[in-house]
Design a binder for this molecule. Sequence first.
Ligand code: Q46
Ligand code: ZN
Ligand code: ZN
Length: 301
Amino acid sequence: MKCKKCKQPAIIALRRHNAAFCREHYLEYFYGQVERAVKEYRMFARDDRILVAVSGGKDSLALWDVLLTLGYRADGLYIDLGIDGYSERSKEKVLYFARERGANLRIASIKEEYGLGIRELARKARRAACSVCGLHKRYLFNREAMEGEYDAIATGHNLDDEAATLLGNLLNWNTGYLARQSPLLEATAANLVKKVKPLYRLTEREIASYAVLRRVDYIVEECPMAVGAKSILYKNVLNQLEEVSPGTKARFLFGFLEEGRQVFAGEKEEVALKACALCGQPTTAEVCSRCRTLRRAGVTL
Ligand code: Q46
Ligand code: ZN
Ligand code: ZN
């Protein structure tokens, strides 16, 4: 197996591109895909300040590493969910990365803010842990980005994540979500910061290879709450298709973004956003769903 670019021995084969690369040219390919994503969607400009949401996993730490390597002004944001054991171990990886690269890290802690970890909060509010977690992460990403005056929040969503979300949205005909699914979510209110996904063109396997090549030390275990998530099933199904027909995932997602998405454009509801009466963040209701869940859990706001 030889590198497509320089004909030296290759270290990785990318069947979906019918190509193999040596270390140097693999990294070049990887950076090229990120730059292409950033440019195509005008995610951010050279001197914008970016807040990278880091969980300690491979995708988010690889994203932070790429952005720093490419010379972007990228700080990290770690949200401590207060999940026994897992949170401590993932935080350690993030702290190590920030220390080693001399990068700025912000930390927000669910337990410190509300006196309860995400698991307990969800139990008390009688809601699924992941939906409560999603609400709080969204709230904290935005609050921290506003406070720190960042231009964009970047998350480590990759091609596999986005393709799985797309499959789920199609299977359930979530037309409103289909209209909105994009690597760029513009800020639709003055106190919202736009969200971007610069890794959406790269697969999980490609990102794992990048992390190994760049010696990014990440947490391998998944969040214990992820067990049984539908997204895992969707990813497995898509991987089976990919195995038989390399490039399926990319064709599915990129085809949707280029052609399919516009079909659902009419489903995009133009909702009037107002400030939540309790926390001030944009919402369609009087009180936002994050604050309502907190109230249900008995947390005084
Ligand atoms: S962190 Fe949170 Fe995920 Fe853990 S509790 Fe669920 S949503 S699985 S990305
Ligand atoms: Zn090469
Ligand atoms: Zn609120």
